[in-house]
Ligand binder design. Structure first.
Ligand SMILES: Cc1cc2nc3c(=O)[nH]c(=O)nc-3n(C[C@H](O)[C@H](O)[C@H](O)COP(=O)(O)OP(=O)(O)OC[C@H]3O[C@@H](n4cnc5c(N)ncnc54)[C@H](O)[C@@H]3O)c2cc1C
Length: 452
């Protein structure tokens, strides 16, 4: 270990190799607190050459490494479970001047999502991906996990925002394709490949990101429904009826009550409906809200008066109810998080099945379900003393039987590794392994994530 630490210090400088167990403890435990490991060092390179040097040292010392951004990933993929070196992207946080005409910006892997959003907003543009961990989650981590968030419905996930990528692969070579062209059919899609690779092929150091214009105005409405089935159908119908829909988020009455208690906030009266859908519309929002009122009137199972907000403070109050769900779930204990996609038609039955299943296997557990209903993506959060891997297994089996996906947007990480071969064909997994062998021949890149 002393040799390794000394060699890493020659790459990045002593000040950027952290070994004090007290200092690195936070880097060794993931956001959910479900996974904890240990590391000989957290190393913080300041540029692509330093990343390359760190990878070379790790190969030479036959030590694996785990790239880490904001450590907000929820599948245990960002922590050193078996004594790997942690490569922190904290110092790769530069954000270039926005290219206003080209509608794009180059961001270092360690730049926060919020940082990119602020840079884009400063010139009247917008980065289309948004999620509640925006202050901490990094662009590199979001690319590595192909993060989704609340606006996938309208703009797609991280993969759809990528115009270029720079990365150091596990074999030491540097990939650099940063011209940022919208059309560029010159070979394999390396941004697409590295996006969603969860740190298993290389370290992403910078990316070129597509930006979109800011909408003229935005409105948010919270619509109550008598049942989850009505809410799912209502969300789909609203999307078709009013245009400009940017987000459709499902919440349930029990989850909203927990959020209200956790954040000490009052709920609008519509929040007591069995299911609510938060609808965000952009463009000429006032006109859309008028359409919304008409469209809501035509839906089946609407309960109460929708709460509507056109100003920033009001919108933030409604969004807070949705965005505080992960934090409120985590306050119930160590959360087992299942991030799944389901066909719209089975969502209501799935929620009933999961609640029944939790009642059977872990009767004292809290079970919070919410999600990006416009994409069929639900987040199931189960917490409590008797919750163990059996709960994950049982829920994922229900998802698989229903024809869903066991990972919608968080990735496989270490949490769902054992499932990969059950949900991808032998040919798929063989191709994954061939790519992994070619780009990371020594198997040093994040060995605990993704591939079983
Ligand atoms: C409150 C909350 C809300 C969230 N909401 C959403 C949501 O709506 N949608 C969603 O998709 N996710 C969501 N997440 C999950 C999380 O924010 C995303 O997965 C995010 O992309 C992780 O970014 P990070 O910088 O924290 O990555 P980390 O957690 O540090 O790492 C995640 C994975 O990426 C790898 N990695 C990190 N940086 C690099 C790099 N530069 N090069 C190569 N590999 C790298 C790691 O090794 C690890 O496998 C949420 C999390 C929280 C805590």
């Amino acid at each position: 270990v002393p040799d390794l630490v000394a060699a890493l210090a020659t790459c990045v400088g002593e000040a950027h190799v952290l070994t004090d167990p007290g200092v690195v403890a936070g880097d060794c435990t993931d956001w959910t607190r479900r996974w904890t490991g240990r590391t000989p060092a957290v190393v913080r390179p300041g540029g692509v050459d330093e990343v390359r040097a760190v990878i070379a040292v790790c190969r030479e010392h036959k030590v694996a490494l785990v790239p880490q951004g904001g450590n907000t990933g929820l599948v245990g993929g960002s922590v050193p479970l078996k004594g790997e070196v942690v490569l922190s992207t904290q110092r790769l946080d530069a954000i270039a001047v926005v290219d206003e005409l080209g509608l794009q910006v180059i961001a270092g892997a360690g730049a926060s999502l919020a940082g990119v959003q602020v840079a884009a907003a400063a010139v009247g543009l917008r980065f289309a991906v948004d999620l509640a961990a925006r202050d901490t989650a990094t662009i590199g981590g979001m690319v590595a996990t192909n993060a989704g968030g609340t606006h996938v419905l309208r703009f797609g996930s991280m993969r759809a925002q990528l115009l270029g990528i720079e990365a150091v692969l596990g074999n030491g070579s540097v990939v650099h394709h940063m011209r940022g062209l919208r059309k560029d059919n010159t070979g394999y899609d390396l941004p697409g490949l590295l996006c969603g690779s969860e740190g298993t092929l290389g370290v992403i150091t910078a990316v070129s990101l597509r930006l979109v214009p800011q909408p003229a105005s935005i409105a948010v409405a919270l619509v109550g429904f008598a049942s989850i089935g009505d809410a799912v159908r209502g969300a789909i119908e609203l999307d078709g009826a009013i245009g400009g829909v940017e987000a459709l988020e499902l919440m349930l009455a029990d989850g909203l009550a927990i959020v209200a208690a956790h954040r000490s906030v009052a709920l609008p009266s519509v929040a007591t409906a069995p299911a609510t859908v938060l609808v965000e519309v952009a463009g000429d929002a006032a006109a859309r809200v008028e359409h919304l009122a008409g469209a809501v009137g035509a839906l089946r199972g609407v309960v109460g008066e929708p709460a509507v907000a056109l100003d920033a403070a009001g919108r933030a109050r409604l969004w807070q109810l949705r965005e505080a769900h992960p934090e409120a779930a985590a306050a119930q204990g160590i959360v087992h998080k299942l991030d799944v996609t389901l066909p719209a038609a089975v969502i209501e039955g799935f929620v009933a099945d999961v609640r029944a299943l939790c009642g059977r296997i872990a009767p004292g557990a809290s079970c919070l379900i919410y999600g990006h209903v416009g994409d069929g993506n639900l987040h199931v959060n189960v917490a409590g003393a008797e919750v163990d891997d059996q709960v994950d297994e049982a829920i994922l089996e229900v998802v698989d039987r229903a024809g869903g996906s066991i990972s919608a947007e968080h990735g496989i990480g270490t949490a769902k590794k054992a499932w990969l071969e059950r949900v991808r064909s032998p040919g798929d997994v063989a191709a994954f392994r061939a790519i992994k062998r070619a780009l990371d021949p020594d198997g040093i890149m994040n060995p605990n994530a993704l591939l079983p």
